[in-house]
Design a binder for this molecule. Structure first.
Ligand code: PRX
Length: 659
């Protein structure tokens, strides 16, 4: 890497294990190693510890109902409300003046919400939603950037028992329409625009385009005015309402939080899988909230008096679990930032850490790799001494990036938790506990207490230490997805079929990640084993991208693979066959890139588009993606003897090299 090779001294480069300081351990929320045994001995009752972090309206009468595996139920017959747990109870407990959300816009404007402020706005917006006709169990879609109205809208939905489905603002109009159609969602909350690197972006135009693709009636759209005078002057149409007007109309109104069954849906989150259709992951109220609260407490070590910052976007699961639900349930101060890390300057995040005296910071390896590339001068400009703990999520972090983060952001004083989890798991699954465990850079760590994660061979037998295998989770956990929305069959075929033995009543969850385990039980994640890419920590299905490319006029066939990328982790490489009469010109390439951006969003933009007369195929007609990956990575090619058309490989290779 061209990053700061000279910026890590030999001592750190060689060190393989790190311990938390005594000072950290003394203050840690969880510091007794006995917790691992406690969880195991009393499983599943040990999970009551997580449920006890919440206020329940009615107690549950059973921790786990596994009578219809793999459709598990947690905290059976308990009732609660997520909005009550994230807002009201802190107000009632005398913390109404504590800051709940510290928001900073790209240009430096700030907004501060105390728990009382949050309580007021969540209630007013809940009243507005009811007035617009939203009923319990209606799915409300949100297509919003990082503005405080997003968590407010989520909590207002939770208050009235309407599940939300948040669509990342960087996704395209088509992606919005697909998700609204899949969820049969008749309500949308969106925004006029937002700022990116100094420019105002027109978001409402995209939202309106998306609405045009919804194939059922939409009852109401609410639009947040983020840009004010910088706005694009769209008039609101018949069933479109201005957020501020709605709050004015419902000024001071209160809405009782409804009692939701623990198993009632809290939200849907669409994520990419192996087919072109995104999967609607269903999370429930009791198990999910208990799980995110518990892991925020145990892993992120969040205390109510902390200022905590997760730099993810709320449009992804990380933001749901660890900007909104976990931290607010614990009553802490959560920071939200609208912009990018390099605007106006590359020290923007460190400026915010200094300004807000952030205690705990959680980010993605792709960001850390960018920071390394930019160099140490940017963090060195700022006082980062408030930091107590650092975390990463979303993709594997290589030891060098881990150590750079540890040294240059954490000053060798903050433990770093490398947390493995997924949209489907709801919360963290494999990581060290910062107050207990030895940290080994590059390895996420052991499974959390109560989590039975293993590394197995294709037959499901545990592999020996040091060998690569597949990650499985052999017992359920409260934060797990309950199903894929309206698709129980796909839920079973995607996650359970591979390793379960229903006849023996053995149900094993398969996350579709490869992994290794060492003699101490530490798990290193090797990456996806399905056709899902991880671009800058964002999960993208190769099939989704391929179908976008094939949708471009003149394209006959396409294959997409992930190639290594210094900052993004993986980048999209597209190999494209054109129809007769079309040529692989720059114009064609631009059309393909635009086609991908229109269907998915700029995050899926191909790094390289390679035109080829054929794709390498086996005799049975299957595309050999492995070879295309090797070409993208400029690696030596593996076996090509099973190919029907081996000569095409060298042809493609020379095109890539000359490009
Ligand atoms: O491949 C794993 C990778 O991200 C995938 C899940 O993506 P998503 O559902 O979008 O959720 C990301 C945020 C939780 C996983 O299947 N992944 C996530 N965390 C790590 C990771 N890979 C290695 N190390 C991690 N800490």
């Amino acid at each position: 890497m061209s990053d700061g090779d000279g910026e890590l001294e030999a001592r750190l480069v060689e060190q393989e294990e790190f311990e938390p300081s005594d000072e950290f351990v003394e203050q840690a929320n969880v510091s007794d190693p006995a917790i691992y045994d406690e969880f195991e001995e009393d499983w599943p009752h040990s999970w009551e510890r997580a449920a006890e972090m919440l206020d329940w309206f009615e107690d549950y009468d059973e921790v786990l109902d596994d009578s219809e595996e793999p459709f598990y139920e947690w905290f059976v017959n308990g009732t609660l409300n997520a909005s009550y747990n994230c807002v009201d109870r802190h107000v009632e407990n005398g913390d109404k003046n504590r800051v709940a959300i510290k928001w900073e816009g790209e240009h430096g404007e700030t907004r501060t919400y105390t728990y009382q402020d949050l309580y007021r706005e969540v209630n007013e917006f809940a009243a507005a939603l009811l007035d617009l006709g939203v009923e319990e169990d209606d799915v409300v879609t949100m297509y919003m950037p990082m503005v405080p109205e997003l968590p407010i809208a989520m909590l207002a939905c939770a208050r009235i028992g309407a599940p939300h489905s948040v669509v990342f603002a960087g996704f395209s109009a088509d992606a919005l329409a697909t998700r609204m159609n899949s969820a049969e969602s008749r309500f949308l909350v969106t925004c006029d625009g937002y700022y990116r690197r100094g420019d105002a972006l027109d978001h409402l135009e995209k939202a309106n385009d998306g609405l045009g693709g919804v194939d059922h009636g939409v009852d109401a759209t609410v639009v947040v005015d983020r840009l004010g005078d910088d706005g694009f002057g769209h008039d609101l149409k018949g069933n479109q309402h201005d957020w501020d007007d709605l709050l004015d109309t419902h000024d001071g109104e209160r809405v009782e939080p409804v009692a939701r069954d623990a198993e009632d849906m809290l939200f849907l989150m669409y994520t990419s899988g192996t087919t072109g259709e995104p999967k609607g992951v269903k999370h429930t109220t009791g198990g999910y909230l208990a799980y995110t609260s518990w892991t925020s407490h145990a892993v992120l070590d969040i205390k109510p008096e902390d200022t905590y910052w997760c730099s993810a976007d709320i449009g992804w699961i990380t933001g749901h679990s660890y900007i909104v639900y976990g931290p607010l349930s614990l009553g802490t101060t959560t920071v939200m930032y609208e912009g990018t890390p390099d605007f106006p300057e590359r020290d923007r995040l460190w400026e915010l850490v200094e300004k807000y005296a952030v205690d705990v910071f959680y980010t993605a390896p792709t960001a850390i790799r960018a920071f390394m590339k930019w160099g140490t001068e940017f963090p060195e400009r700022r006082d980062l001494s408030s930091l107590r703990l650092l975390g990463t999520v979303g993709e594997p972090i290589n030891p060098r990036a881990w150590k750079w983060y540890y040294k240059h952001i954490g000053n060798e004083e903050c433990p770093v938790v490398d947390t493995w989890w997924q949209t489907e798991t709801g919360g963290m699954m494999v990581t060290t506990l910062p107050g207990i465990g030895t940290m080994k850079p590059g390895s996420a760590g052991p499974p959390l207490p109560g989590i039975d994660a293993r590394v197995v061979d294709p037959g499901g037998e545990e592999v020996e230490a040091g060998r690569a295998g597949y990650l499985t989770v052999n017992k359920p956990w409260p934060g797990m997805l309950r199903t894929l929305y309206n698709n129980d069959e796909r839920f079973i075929s995607e996650y359970w079929e591979e390793y379960s033995d229903p006849d023996a009543d053995e149900w094993v969850y398969f996350p579709e990640d490869g992994a290794k385990i060492d003699e101490d039980g530490y798990i290193t994640i090797l990456g996806r084993v399905d056709d899902v890419l991880n671009v800058s920590g964002h999960r993208l299905g190769t099939m989704e991208i391929e179908s976008a490319i094939v949708g471009v006029e003149g394209v006959a066939e396409a294959a997409v693979v992930g190639g290594d990328h210094e900052v993004k982790g993986e980048a999209v490489y597209a190999y494209v066959i054109l129809e007769d009469g079309y040529e692989g010109t720059d114009e064609m390439r631009d059309k393909i890139v635009a086609g991908v951006e229109d269907a998915i969003g700029p995050i899926a933009r191909p790094e390289q588009v390679v035109f080829t007369p054929e794709l390498p195929k086996t005799r049975s007609g299957k595309i050999m993606r492995r070879l295309l990956e090797e070409i993208a990575n400029d690696e030596e090619l593996g076996d090509t003897t099973t190919l029907r058309n081996p000569e095409i490989v060298t042809e493609i290779q020379s095109k890539v090299q000359n490009d």
